[in-house]
Design a binder for this molecule. Structure first.
Ligand SMILES: CC(C)(COP(=O)(O)OP(=O)(O)OC[C@H]1O[C@@H](n2cnc3c(N)ncnc32)[C@H](O)[C@@H]1OP(=O)(O)O)[C@@H](O)C(=O)NCCC(=O)NCCS
Length: 144
């Protein structure tokens, strides 16, 4: 089986695959759909995927923000391939990209239920719990 991590652009065939995965893992279970405003944010972002034989099994998106801070968002691993290290591998690849491009901090809006995943990667909770997509979240960040 060939396994590959790569970046891809907005509206590419890989992006279309990633969007389906994001919808399946991050929106449908909450009874939500992506809005046009949410999808517009994707246009200038950097999209990462982990592919097995050309099929996406994990994805995430990076948004460049100010003051050397990169935001990691939309982290999703297909449900039958979770807990195999793919989320970690992809996050580390995204951190490497951010370092190579001069960013000093990676941060995210972590779902409370997934905060243990980010803690294992060295992220720290910053500030109070808040609600996003109707569920509890923390801002979490890591010095790169
Ligand atoms: C959360 C998610 C991205 C993690 O990716 P993954 O590939 O399943 O995780 P990994 O196998 O790389 O796990 C790495 C470590 O984090 C731990 N971990 C993974 N998910 C966890 C969770 N939800 N809570 C606590 N710990 C978690 C693993 O046990 C593992 O620990 P270990 O190194 O001691 O074995 C993935 O499970 C997922 O997509 N979940 C549903 C959507 C979601 O919550 N996305 C994040 C939005 S902020």
């Amino acid at each position: 089986m060939s396994r590959q991590i790569k970046t891809f652009t907005y509206q590419s065939p890989e992006y279309v695959q990633a969007l389906k995965l994001r919808d399946k893992i991050l929106r449908k279970p909450l009874g939500l759909k992506f809005t046009e405003a949410e999808l517009q944010k994707d246009e200038h972002d950097i999209h990462f995927g982990l592919f097995e034989d050309g099929k996406i099994v994990a994805c995430l998106t990076l948004t460049q923000t100010e003051n050397g801070r990169m935001k990691m968002r939309q982290v999703a691993v297909d449900d039958n391939t979770q807990s195999k290290g793919f989320g970690s591998q992809l996050s580390l690849a995204a951190e490497k990209y951010a370092i190579e491009n001069g960013f000093a901090i990676m941060f995210c809006h972590a779902r409370k239920a997934a905060s243990g995943f980010y803690l294992k990667l060295g992220y720290k909770i910053v500030g109070d719990e808040f609600t996003e997509v109707n569920i509890p979240h923390y801002v979490m960040e890591k010095k790169l």
